[in-house]
Write a protein that binds this ligand. Structure first.
Ligand SMILES: [Zn+2]
Length: 392
């Protein structure tokens, strides 16, 4: 059903009014003002509206030649050059304007803002940062903070990124909790690498403080404790993920099993992971459960798990596991069973992937930050693999 939009009612009186106004305005004056803009400028605008960027650039270049005084035309040409990736030309145009023109402070600031974007797109982050920091006009604040945040993230300057994101939160009202928690995790990761464990822990606690459901911080806290031989503490951090976002439990299932194994309490580990599996039915939990059962309780038990799974949720993964258990127990009537199992494994191996929910990038590895579009937590917690339904 098409909904009637009431603002349509305003359209007719609006045009009526427009006619009345235009009858009273000196048309000659308007024409004389607009002739300051050469015809090529309007041609350029036309190309812009029809997305013919290269032709628009040609027209604006002509327009700049015809009226070299107009800052506006330079502006249009400059941002068009940047949008079409001709960054060197955009930069030299903006630098030329800044260095060789007499302009008001406001005009200077707007050209600096343009140039800062040129530099940013060209990867010249230091120059971009310097220009952005020099902008004093309040109206550029949000624009400036957003690009500065991008710069600090790209340059992995996490302390600065945190400060910038907090300022952006204040002025925009948009939450950056998730992002900030990852910045703290990034700081912690580099501290772990430099064996600065107590500071790493502090940073991770700050991550959770900022964003209660920061799974990554609990994973890393558990990793640190495990490294220190504090297995109970490690397990308790990983178990917290169930109350944050249980869909991420697959990332810690084998860590939990290993920690219990180090305590010689593998059966406790197994019952924890199988409880998770019963509740959340994650493929990665099934993987870990199956591997642990097959090596600790033997192929008979593992066969039962795979068979149950195959009946309830048919998938190549479960089929592979069933054949794997059968191949080990040699309890089968089928020739070449190992060959069949290997074939299924290869098929699944080729088709499992994570796909970024922001940009569609596909990868074999899980990432907290998408390598393509830099979004945080845009990868699903579980890899996608082909099911029997999809092979039809
Ligand atoms: Zn992405």
């Amino acid at each position: 059903m098409v909904e009637f939009e009431f603002w349509w009612l305003l359209v007719i009186p609006f045009f009526f009014g427009l006619g009345w106004i235009s009858a009273r305005i000196d048309i000659k004056q308007i024409i004389s003002e607009s002739t300051d803009f050469p015809a090529a400028y309007f041609k350029g605008l036309h190309y812009l509206t029809t997305n013919q960027y290269e032709k628009a650039i040609e027209s604006f270049t002509d327009a700049v030649k015809a009226n070299n005084n107009s800052i506006e035309i330079h502006f249009a040409l400059g941002s068009l050059l940047r949008k079409t990736g001709q960054l060197d030309k955009a930069i030299s145009l903006h630098v030329d304007l800044l260095e060789n023109r007499e302009m008001s402070i406001n005009q200077q600031e707007s050209i600096k803002a343009e140039l800062a974007q040129d530099y940013f797109n060209a990867g010249l982050f230091d120059r971009s940062e310097e220009l952005l920091l020099s902008l004093s006009n309040e109206s550029y604040k949000k624009f400036k903070f957003n690009i500065l945040l991008d710069i600090y993230v790209k340059e992995r300057e996490w302390e600065k990124a945190i400060k910038m994101a907090e300022q952006l939160e204040k002025i925009s009202g948009v939450s950056f909790r998730k992002e900030i928690s990852h910045y703290f995790c990034e700081i912690a990761t580099s501290m772990i690498l430099s064996k600065n464990l107590s500071q790493a822990k502090n940073s991770l606690l700050l991550a959770i403080d900022k964003h209660k459901s920061c799974v990554r911080a609990n994973i890393l806290l558990g990793d640190i404790c495990e490294n220190e031989g504090k297995f109970d503490e490690a397990i308790s951090y990983w178990k917290k993920i169930e109350y944050q976002k249980p869909e991420y439990l697959g990332l810690v299932a084998s860590k939990i099993i290993n920690a219990y194994q180090s305590k010689n309490k593998i059966s406790e580990g197994l019952s924890t992971v199988s409880r998770y599996y019963d509740l959340y039915k994650l493929k990665t939990l099934l993987d870990t459960l199956f591997e642990t059962v097959i090596s600790n309780e033997g192929p008979k038990r593992a066969e039962k798990i795979a068979r149950n799974e195959l009946i309830q949720r048919p998938s190549l993964l479960a089929l592979d596991q069933l054949f794997q258990a059968l191949a080990i127990s040699k309890n089968n009537q089928i020739d070449n069973i190992e060959l069949i199992q290997q074939t299924i494994k290869n098929t699944i191996g080729d088709r499992r992937f994570y796909s970024c929910t922001s940009c569609g990038f596909k990868g074999r590895q899980f990432h907290w930050q998408c390598p393509a579009c830099n979004s945080w937590e845009s990868f699903p917690s579980e890899p996608k693999d082909i099911t029997l339904d999809e092979t039809k």
